[in-house]
Design a protein around this ligand. Sequence first.
Ligand code: 8YV
Length: 326
Amino acid sequence: MKVLIARRVFDSVVERLAAHFEVETNPEDTVFSKAELIARLQGKAGAFITGSERIDAEVLDACPGLKAVCNMAVGYNNIDLAACTARGVLASNTPDVLTETTADFGFALMMATARRMAESEHFLRRGEWSKWAVDMFTGSDVHGATLAILGMGRIGRAIARRGHLGFGMPVIYHNRSRLAPELEAEVGARYVSKEQLLKEADHLVIVLPYSAESHHSIGAAELALMKPQATLTNVARGGIVDDAALAQALRERRIAAAGLDVFEGEPRVHPDLLALPNVVLTPHIASATVKTRLAMANLASDNLIAALTGAAPPTPLNSEVLPLKR
Ligand code: 8YV
């Protein structure tokens, strides 16, 4: 059987897959256009993909031999799951292995935002530090401040736990569904309405999955509810926040600062955000530790190997298509 590894990955992962399949790799690490993806998937039974490749009905219909698409990411908004299921194609993602790493980064980005770390570093690098001043880069405290979490899945809970146990933060959250009382107690989190969350937040951290429903969950109206001293951190997906509205709120100091690891239309970043001092911007690296990226790649491979060899994939998104018939 032939499989496509759509992006450059670790040699050990290519070797593992090559022990089971005839693999086509992408050493140039190009992000394929839809036409190129379709061309590359001809005759392939499986695809190892990342969040950059979109698998939709058009791709699936153009690649009738495709049986499994295995995403190296926990978010799977790049995959039309219903279209996969309707055609009997197995889809998988990589939950759990990146939870703590992503929570570390989300917490760090929130702290860097609250304490103005990027802005002050740029000032220092520009050679503008000539003397100490009483109000130089004064930010807002993290310890004891209200941590507001939008989306309370695995990563949200891991961030809540850090705030609650490590920093004495009162934690509030809003989510489609409420956590069981014992889970709320474990991370010290209190369920509130979205409006209350925005009004009470000192530090808002967004960890929602992206979908048509969560598109622009945070826009001008939501930002208007927040305190002028509040910060916003997004480690979920671009598109959940309306970047133009956020840039305007930051410019007018209607909120204090933002920490963003994800952007609408990335890798393009809204020029208004790039021009602002009160933002910390990182290139979608919340899961980027050597250990975690390797674990994600191995889990995506485990899913692909299992799906195509008749075993049970460890983290399927649509196990109802098993055993594969296509
Ligand atoms: C990935 C992510 O690095 O897991 C996710 O959903 O956003 C990141 O961990 C990215 O999607 C590339 O696959």
